[in-house]
Design a protein around this ligand. Structure first.
Ligand code: HEC
Length: 129
């Protein structure tokens, strides 16, 4: 067996090894990422909603006609509005500021809380007439 071929085979084997190793490193980094977000928890949301109660009411029934009720609102809608305030695509100085301070996980807990407050249509909060 001529020397040259063996050398080339070894070289290409080494190259394959490097590629495999690189692949493992990439895969490893992917798995080492942050843990998946916790499930939305209405109880955690209730605790967090204390920061919203001054305007949106202690149970999501707002204290003023200029402030929307959040009780019984759809989870997906609440998340969408909170994202819009955070991104600034929906403009309201107070809410833009408030949402900038909340993590994604906190928003999910809060949305789960308000979406689960029993709310009967037609039976309005103090803010409604
Ligand atoms: C200082 C008063 C104030 C506080 C505190 C406040 N909000 Fe608001 N929020 C408002 C007002 C006013 C609006 C309506 C903004 C508009 O006209 O677009 C609003 C709108 C919203 C909306 C959109 C509702 C809809 O029907 O579209 C959501 C969701 C919301 N707030 C969540 C929260 C959460 C969650 C907190 C607490 C972390 C909070 N807000 C704290 C005043 C407040």
């Amino acid at each position: 067996m001529p020397h040259g071929i063996g050398g080339a085979a070894r070289a290409s084997l080494a190259a394959v090894g490097v590629v495999v190793l690189a692949g493992l490193i990439v895969a490893g980094t992917r798995f080492a990422g942050p843990a998946p977000a916790a499930m939305p928890d209405p109880n955690k949301g209730a605790a967090l909603s204390v920061a919203c109660a001054g305007c949106h009411g202690s149970n999501g029934l707002s204290v003023d006609t200029n402030i929307p009720n959040l009780a019984g609102q759809h989870y997906a809608y609440l998340i969408r509005q909170m994202h819009a305030f955070r991104q600034g695509t929906r403009k309201n100085a107070t809410m833009n500021h408030k949402m900038a301070t909340l993590s994604e996980e906190q928003m999910r807990h809060i949305a789960a809380y308000y979406a689960n407050v029993p709310f009967q249509a037609g039976r309005s909060g103090r803010g409604r007439r």
